[in-house]
Design a protein around this ligand. Sequence first.
Ligand SMILES: CC(C)(COP(=O)(O)OP(=O)(O)OC[C@H]1O[C@@H](n2cnc3c(N)ncnc32)[C@H](O)[C@@H]1OP(=O)(O)O)[C@@H](O)C(=O)NCCC(=O)NCCS
Length: 184
Amino acid sequence: MARSSNREHPVARRAEGRDRLPPLDTDRLVLEPLTTSAAWEMVEVLAAPTLYEHTGGDPPDLRTLRERYARQAERWSPDRSQRWLNWIVRERRSGRAVGFVQATLTVESGVAGVAWVIGAGFQRRGYATEAVEAMLGWLRADAGVARITAHIAAGNRSSQAVARRLGFVATTTVEHAETVWELP
Ligand SMILES: CC(C)(COP(=O)(O)OP(=O)(O)OC[C@H]1O[C@@H](n2cnc3c(N)ncnc32)[C@H](O)[C@@H]1OP(=O)(O)O)[C@@H](O)C(=O)NCCC(=O)NCCS
């Protein structure tokens, strides 16, 4: 009798189902699972040098961003130890891309490190808080996450405000000059 392939096995099917990244809705925003084709819009959103003041790095050019998104759209690190979960954040009304949110989930530990960026022209409207809240809800309910952390530089007041509003608490751990914040 022919053996069914792994892909057809019910357990494999369930695992594939778990890997699927859903779009997430909030009142004003749609979080769209990242694809490579988002790069051409996001290159504008990520263009302001001020976005990198506390994180380091530079505005990416289109080619760099396309390559980055092609890797991230795999949704797994090459060694399969981490799930890479990235969403483009869009305004529901205008359809414009305004930023992104991401979670890096280490499978063995169940720890998810989360991060957020909102384009310079779209800040201080509560978008980061609203988008990250939706991502956290999904991580807790659907992704089997045991612990959620964020790394935030000491002077990054806006990011600290976002973290605080979402219930994160600063720990005494500092990694690569960033404080580790944690959801209790
Ligand atoms: C951090 C960031 C995502 C915040 O985005 P945002 O959409 O403006 O955030 P929100 O509008 O949800 O603001 C949430 C809180 O931050 C406060 N805030 C926003 N900008 C601020 C600033 N420049 N200084 C102090 N507080 C600020 C808001 O007042 C609000 O707090 P409140 O509701 O208690 O008043 C955005 O500034 C950003 O992309 N920065 C560059 C990238 C970055 O540093 N990412 C974080 C890496 S850890």
